[in-house]
Design a protein around this ligand. Sequence first.
Ligand code: URA
Length: 235
Amino acid sequence: MKPLPAAAQVASLPPPPVVQLPPGDKATRWAALKQLATTHPVCLANVRPGKKAVLGVGALDAQIFFVGEAPGAEEEVAGEPFVGPAGQLLTKMIGGMGLKREQVYIGNILCWRPQMPTPDWMEQIGNRPPTPEEMAFCLPFLRASIEIVRPALIVALGGTAAQGLLGTKFTTLAAARSRWHEFDGTPLMVTYHPSYLLRSGTTKSKRAVWEDLLQVMERAGLPISDKQRGYFLEK
Ligand code: URA
C-alpha cells in the first residue's frame, strides 16, 4: 500500500514560533505576518499539495475581530478564511449586524486545514478538529494579528476558537457563550460556530447566536434598530 504523506500523520510539531514583525504601519506589519505564516515551513508541511496556508482577512482597523476554527476545503484553495458555506453564513451574520464583511477582521485558530489520512492524489474528505498542539503552534500568528488590528472586541466562533484563545476546555458551548471573557485584555464573546447553525439551525439556536451578537453590537456602540432586536424571536 502507498504510504501516507508525512503531514497526514499529524506529525509532532516543534515549539510555537516566536513572531517578530518589522516596525512600520499596520499594513506593513500585517503583510510581513502574512508572508511569515503562509510560508512558514511547518505551515507548509501541514498543507496538502497545491493547497494554501491561510492567515486572515479584513480591515486592519476593524472594531470587531472574528475567530473561527481552521480553514476547510474551500479556504485552503482560496487562501482566505470563511469563504465556503459557513463563511457565507458568517458574512450574512455580519450583514445582520449592519456591517460589511470588509469592515471586520476574520481569522482562525489554525493556519492550515487539519489533515486526515488521504493519499496525495485524492481530495481530503471531511474535517477533524485541530489538536491542542496544532492550536498552540498557530496561536502566535493569531496573537500577532490581534496585536496589529487592536480590535475593540473579539468574537470566538465555536468551542475550538474559545478553547484556543482562552485555554479553557468548556464542557458545552452553552457554558461559555453569552458572557464576556478576555483575551490579552480585549473583551471576548463566545458564540456558536456558523457550521453548527448550518447543521442544526433551529430558530432557538439562531436566536442564541443573535443575542450574543446583539451584546457585541451594544458593546461596540453600533446602532441597533427594533427590527434587529427582534430577529429570530418566535412570534
Ligand atoms: N470554518 C472555520 O472555522 N474557519 C474557516 O475559515 C472556514 C470554516
